[in-house]
Write a protein that binds this ligand. Sequence first.
Ligand code: COA
Length: 195
Amino acid sequence: MPLLVEPALPAGSLGAQEQPDLPVRPGLALRPWRVDDATAVRAAFGCPDIQRWHVLRLDDDDQARAWTAQWEGRWRDETAVSWAIVGDDDRPVGQVGLRGVLLAEASAHVSYWLLPAARGRGIATAVLLAMTRWGFTQAGLHRLALEHSTANTASCRVATRAGFTVEGVARGSVRHADGWHDMHLHSRLRADGPI
Ligand SMILES: CC(C)(COP(=O)(O)OP(=O)(O)OC[C@H]1O[C@@H](n2cnc3c(N)ncnc32)[C@H](O)[C@@H]1OP(=O)(O)O)[C@@H](O)C(=O)NCCC(=O)NCCS
């Protein structure tokens, strides 16, 4: 059946190009994942703080390599994107990306984590702002949503510092290892203004 409204973004808006590298600030950048990042990925998925707020686990190096390798296909099929957050030495210290990309609605959901040694230096806020700027100015997205457990105060601070307005609480909507969590919903719209 025909649509009443044209898709906000046409197919190919993302996947027809290469996933870009994004500068963040001196000594910090975003780049696509490589298979040789698997060791850092295993360390991240083994970190109790990251396990606490996420739903996947990796049991061996093959699964970590598969995790790094999945992103090229997801970029090409325009459903998700993930960047390695890297310092001057090009080694990953974290991940930031978009899930649930909907070109028809020009929207997506934000995801991020940092290895423990990289925390507390404003990195999550800086990379979220850099990716959001790319999403609104280069990718043509209209809305980015961000959800975190109401118990995750650090993530709430990152969202708020990056200009993601609080929309409300989705009660009992995500199940982590310790049970159901109420989720705080934030969003930022392109129309909210320049970054
Ligand atoms: C959440 C996380 C990404 C924050 O990364 P970070 O680079 O340390 O965050 P920033 O340095 O940008 O800090 C941003 C704000 O959060 C605050 N913050 C950081 N860690 C905090 C903590 N453990 N408790 C309370 N506030 C914290 C900072 O003080 C800062 O607030 P301020 O500007 O008012 O001072 C990181 O702690 C992490 O990876 N945690 C585990 C995984 C996770 O929670 N992912 C998000 C799932 S939704």
